[in-house]
Write a protein that binds this ligand. Structure first.
Ligand SMILES: Cc1ncc(COP(=O)(O)O)c(C=O)c1O
Ligand SMILES: N[C@@H](CCCC[NH3+])C(=O)O
Length: 442
């Protein structure tokens, strides 16, 4: 059985995370419970940061917080010296609540609203990553009206196709994100911003997709952007000071995945940028990256309680847990695969082949098609590994299921960082009938 980070099995045969017994956690906080191994998050962040440091390259490692956004994770990220990628007013508001250093916040998104852009100006954030012409017009208007400066990057689509799930590739030409690098859009965008009194163009950004295991796609993307930067210097005498190559670094969900160490991705980027800078005598830009999944993905484990079990003779055994697609939509949405273990009986043979089903009213609500666990008994705890990214952040209240609680563990300590939703939370936005549809009084 593969254990992540600080996970161990204690003398009671229980899974521990960050030195804390997950069975105890389940008793204290209930299930489903999302447990983060904070030491692993720190280790991953350091792996990216150290590689840049070793090479003496100026860099920013921005946590792509769409993977998991909460005040507490932003607080940890700030302590580690990470920057922060937010993609909405909501994520920005969370960063503000965490008092995240504003100058290290980068604002992304393909359809930022006027209000969201105003919010970014109000907070004097570090950088807005411009995605389209509509945004360029809005940001010009806002900066001119306020007479306030703003740093920006231009997000471009470099025409690189990374091999991953179609829903999460973003670097190809047919993408809703960014300016096309090849058809002239990127130059048009540049010209609209060049020499603007308030908008300071720092450079270019691209993000080619997510859960990528190869370095080649990153090399191609870096080359494509550097080529454009060199062209701009020749044509417009403009030098970019920043090259942001996005995130997308793959992690190990199951034995089928063979991720590279974070340093490998970074080294590939570094060597491409260094060699192009040397060839064209281009001042070395700062390299920014935006890992999301690779910082928090395998640091998160969801603990569920097993309820009913149903055998379909000669076909399969369904083992149902107290959560499902409402707290982890990824299997239903992408066919994502996970592995599991019986958290309260880790030393028992994990030889029962079962399908882990959720409790939502959908046949497709299966968390794991084929899992091997200890012979399931109602009340057993089931750990599903590697659920730290794009689970809670994509969670819903489908079937009006309350969202799980989240706890951080480190060095034998645990702390609740997001409380479990209650039924009262679930109905808090509902407004009972007032006029519409009420029976008319005579
Ligand atoms: C612009 C941008 N940056 C960073 C990320 C983070 O990607 P990942 O979680 O795969 O590292 C994403 C999501 O794919 C993204 O769209
Ligand atoms: N939500 C996706 C990743 C999206 C990346 C954001 N651009 C996933 O779970 O894999």
């Amino acid at each position: 059985m593969y254990l992540y980070g600080t996970q161990t099995v204690n003398e009671k045969g229980h899974l521990t995370i960050g030195g804390v017994d997950t069975v105890d956690l389940a008793h204290i906080y209930g299930t489903p419970l999302l447990v983060y191994d904070i030491a692993l998050f720190k280790e991953r962040a350091a792996a990216f940061q150290e590689t840049f440091k070793k090479a003496g390259i100026q860099a920013q490692v921005a946590y792509a917080s769409k993977a998991f956004s909460s005040i507490a994770i932003y607080e940890v990220a700030a302590q580690l010296g990470l920057s922060l990628d937010v993609v909405s007013g909501g994520e920005l508001h969370t960063a503000v609540a965490a008092n995240f250093p504003r100058e290290k916040i980068h604002f992304h998104g393909n359809n930022k609203s006027y209000t969201e852009l105003q919010y970014a100006f109000d907070e004097k954030i570090g950088c807005i990553v411009l995605d389209n012409f509509h945004e360029i017009e809005m940001i010009k208007e806002i900066s001119e009206a306020r007479k306030e400066k703003m740093n920006v990057l231009l997000r471009v689509t470099p025409g690189v196709h990374a091999s991953t799930h179609d829903y999460i590739t973003t670097g190809q030409e047919d993408s809703k994100f960014g300016f096309d690098l090849k058809n002239g859009q990127t130059d048009d965008a540049f010209l609209k911003l060049h020499n603007h009194p308030y908008i300071q163009l720092l450079g270019m950004h691209c993000h080619i997709g997510s859960q990528i295991f190869e370095t080649e796609a990153f090399r191609l993307a870096a080359e494509a952007l550097m080529t454009k930067m060199v062209e701009w210097r020749q044509k417009f005498k403009f030098t970019c000071s920043v090259l942001n190559l996005g995130g997308g670094f793959g992690i190990r969900y199951t034995a089928e995945d063979e991720p590279l160490h974070p340093s490998k991705y970074v080294e590939e980027m570094e060597s491409t940028v260094l060699s192009m800078a040397r060839t064209y005598n281009y001042p070395l830009p700062e390299i920014w990256i935006e890992p999301g999944r690779s910082l928090v993905g395998d640091a998160g484990t969801t603990i569920y309680t097993i309820g009913s079990t149903k055998e379909v003779p000669n076909i399969r055994t369904y083992v149902s847990v107290d959560g499902g697609m409402s707290d982890n939509i990824r299997p239903a949405l992408y066919g994502a695969k996970y592995s599991a273990a019986s958290a309260n009986r880790m030393l028992d043979p994990h030889s029962d082949k079962v399908t882990i089903a959720g409790k939502c009213c959908e046949s497709g609500d299966k968390l794991i098609e084929e899992a091997f666990i200890a012979q399931p008994v109602e009340g057993d705890l089931l750990a599903i590994f590697c659920t730290g990214a794009y689970t809670y952040s994509m969670a819903s209240n489908y079937n009006r299921l309350p969202k799980p609680a989240i706890v951080f563990c480190e060095d034998g300590q645990h702390q609740l960082v997001v409380r479990r939703e209650t039924y009262e939370d679930i109905i808090r936005l509902d407004i009972p009938l007032q006029k519409i549809g009420r029976e008319q009084s005579k």
